[in-house]
Structures are given as structure tokens and as C-alpha cells.
Design a binder for this molecule. Structure first.
Ligand SMILES: Cc1ncc(COP(=O)(O)O)c(C=O)c1O
Length: 368
């Protein structure tokens, strides 16, 4: 273990900073609430792991009732499989001979599901899987308006599904779409209507596959910012929302997610007090994300993060906060949890104020 890591049992006030912390009680409550909400609506949960990249946390969500997990990259899926996770949706397109060869090895020890939106991604996988005597679950990624990846819905998806279903070594397992372009619509009725329209495009397309006699057990979508709309949409089989287990300022304020507590924080120290209304902390944008949303100070609305440079954060203090001095600590809710976690080697997991666990982010840096 690194010499810079604190002793288990340490008090939060004793931490060297900056430190990426998880409130275990809050995270566990969030996980159980997400599982319960999915169950209530008869929907499965494959939470995205891009916010934590940790097989230990992946096992926690599966133990809480998730079907499996979602990863953004093949390399992350390899880390999860090495950590004993079986059901792994790689919500991304996998291209190139090295990756296809790695996918065959991954299939030997886990049961991944891979996205396809063009037959040219499917053929090499089919050949490699068939040659190895294996079969790989694939789902078609459908563009439901995000305009990132995805085959067009309706007939183009049906035609691709027919081609994929005819290939050896691949098991067509369904379709997915991501309504990521609709998360920040302010008016909640407008947001509900826009998400419903996008997901109806997905579920209508799934019905076309079923009507054509094709298998489509998985109809997957949903992020933290759209979770409550996705789980109630008829025809959705499972959702990928993951970051809600941590929560952050982006989900709470830009996506207006009212549920779940803030489990992820950065503890920082005030290192400078250049003026009564200004304080400088030891945490800048190489420590916590402030580009997606301004970080917030846990439990204090009289302190505002004014700006983040690489290694400094500048705070504006209201008069009620002016007694803060050099050496004092503050706890920050990051702007976006994903972009914060990738800058850290470990999560420090606290039960109350005591350090209970240290979890490495094993999947960090696995961008291939
Ligand atoms: C394919 C996909 N699914 C789901 C999500 C939502 O993940 P989260 O709930 O962690 O924000 C994202 C976010 O970028 C995504 O790209």
C-alpha cells in the first residue's frame, strides 16, 4: 500500500488533502434506492461503472441487486472480468484486430454484451468468435437523437438486426439507446415529454424486431439524469444509470435529480487567505471537475467556488464564512463525479467520520 495512504480507522479530520472520499452509508442508501426503484417498475439495472472503475464497487451493486454492470471501454471490462464480474455491457463500439482478439479472451472468462451500429463492426467479431467456438451477446446501438453513435431507428435497425442475426458466433440480444441530449431540459414536463418521445422511438424499434421474429430481450437506455423517466417507460428492460450512486452537482442542479444523497466528496484544505472574502484551497481542476458544473461546498451555502486553476481553487466567502483560516478544511461536492474520479488513485470510504475502506480505481487509465 502506498505510503501516502491513511491508516484505516483514521478520522476524516486527520486526512492529508486533497482526498477523494465516499460516504459509505450514503452510497449504500443510494444503491438500494436505485435497485428498489428499478424493481418497483420491473426494470433491470446494469449501472454504468465509468464513475468508479472499481470491481469492488461493481460487486457491491450486483450484491445490491443489479443484473450486471456497464463499462465504457474494453479495457475497463477486462479489469471488471479479472475482478470476477460476469455480466458486462460494453456500451461502446469495438473496432480493430487487437481489440477483437482481446474480446475473444474476455469472452472466455466473462459474459460481455457488446454494441454494434454497423455490420463492419460485427463481421470481424463474428469470425473471431466462431473460430474460437464461442458466442458473444451483441446489442444494436440505436441513435435516438443524441447524434453520437447508433444506427437510425426503425427500418435501418431492423435490417442491421437481420444481418447480425445471420452471423455465426454472435447472439443478437437486443438494442440500446442513450438519451443523453435530454438530461438538462429545465422544465420537467418538457423533459418528461422529450425523453418519452426518444424512448418510444427505441421501444417501437424493439417491437419491429420482435414482430419480425428476431430476439430482443434487452431494450436498454437511461442515465442518472433521466433515470426516473427511463424506469417508468413501457418496454424498457434495463437502465444503465450509474453515477447516481455518488451524485454530484451536475446531476443535482443541471439535471435536477432530487433523489439520492451526495456520497462523493473531495476534502480540501485552505492554504491561503489573501483577503477577507477570498480563500485559496489545495484543490484545483486536477483534483475535482468544475467544467461540467461548479463544485459546491457540503453543508455551506455561504462559500462559493469562484474558479479552479490546475492546483488551486479560489473561493468567495460571504461575511458569515470570513472566520475561516489557513489550515481549515472544507468538503466539496464535485461538479461531475466521473471527471473527478479519473484523477484519483483511490477512494477513501468513510463510515461516519472513520476510514473503513480504501478502494483503488483499477480501471482508471484503461482507455483502450
Ligand atoms: C452509454 C451511456 N449510458 C449511460 C450513461 C449514464 O451514465 P451515468 O448515470 O453514470 O451518468 C452514459 C453517460 O455518459 C452513457 O454514455
Amino acid at each position: 500500500m502506498s505510503i501516502n495512504l491513511p491508516q484505516l480507522g483514521s478520522h476524516k479530520n486527520e486526512l492529508d488533502t486533497p482526498a477523494l472520499c465516499v460516504d459509505l452509508d450514503v452510497m449504500e442508501a443510494n444503491l438500494h434506492a436505485m435497485v428498489a426503484a428499478c424493481r418497483k417498475h420491473g426494470v433491470g439495472w446494469r449501472p454504468h461503472t465509468k464513475c468508479h472503475k472499481s470491481p469492488t464497487i461493481a460487486h457491491k451493486v450486483i450484491d445490491a441487486g443489479a443484473l450486471g454492470i456497464t463499462c465504457a471501454k474494453l479495457g475497463e471490462a477486462e479489469v471488471m472480468a479479472a475482478g470476477g464480474v460476469q455480466d458486462i455491457l460494453i456500451a461502446n463500439l469495438i473496432v480493430g484486430p487487437q481489440k477483437v482478439a482481446r474480446l475473444v479472451e474476455l469472452r472466455r472468462c466473462a459474459d460481455p454484451i457488446v454494441c454494434i451500429d454497423h455490420i463492419d463492426q460485427a463481421r470481424p467479431m463474428s469470425e473471431a468468435m466462431a473460430a474460437a467456438g464461442l458466442s458473444l451477446r451483441v446489442i444494436l446501438e440505436v441513435d435516438i437523437g443524441l447524434q453520437r453513435v447508433g444506427v437510425l431507428p426503425g427500418k435501418p435497425t431492423l435490417e442491421l438486426a437481420q444481418q447480425v442475426a445471420a452471423l455465426p458466433g454472435l447472439d443478437l440480444a437486443g438494442i440500446m439507446g442513450y438519451e443523453g441530449h435530454l438530461l438538462c431540459i429545465e422544465d420537467q414536463e418538457e423533459k418528461a415529454a422529450a425523453i418519452s418521445a426518444a424512448l418510444t422511438v427505441l421501444t417501437d424499434t424493439a417491437q419491429m424486431l420482435v414482430d419480425a421474429g428476431l430476439p430482443c430481450p434487452i431494450v436498454s437506455c437511461g442515465g442518472t439524469g433521466s433515470f426516473k423517466f427511463a424506469i417508468t417507460h413501457p418496454g424498457i428492460s434495463d437502465v444503465q444509470a450509474g453515477g447516481g450512486m455518488f451524485m454530484d452537482a451536475f446531476y443535482r442542479h443541471a439535471c435536477q435529480v432530487a433523489e439520492w444523497g451526495h456520497a462523493l466528496t473531495v476534502v480540501a484544505t485552505i492554504v491561503g487567505r489573501p483577503s477577507p472574502s477570498r480563500a485559496i484551497i489545495d484543490s484545483g481542476k486536477k483534483t475535482m471537475d468544475g467544467s461540467t458544473h461548479r463544485p459546491l461546498v457540503l453543508g455551506r451555502d455561504d462559500i462559493r467556488v469562484e474558479s479552479l486553476s490546475a492546483e488551486h481553487g479560489t473561493l468567495h466567502l460571504e461575511p458569515s464564512a470570513e472566520s475561516l483560516k489557513i489550515g481549515d478544511r472544507l468538503e466539496f461536492i464535485p461538479g461531475y463525479s466521473d471527471m473527478t474520479c479519473v484523477m484519483h488513485d483511490h477512494f477513501l470510504g468513510f463510515r461516519g467520520d472513520r476510514l473503513e475502506v480504501i478502494w483503488p480505481l483499477e480501471g482508471r487509465g484503461r482507455i483502450r
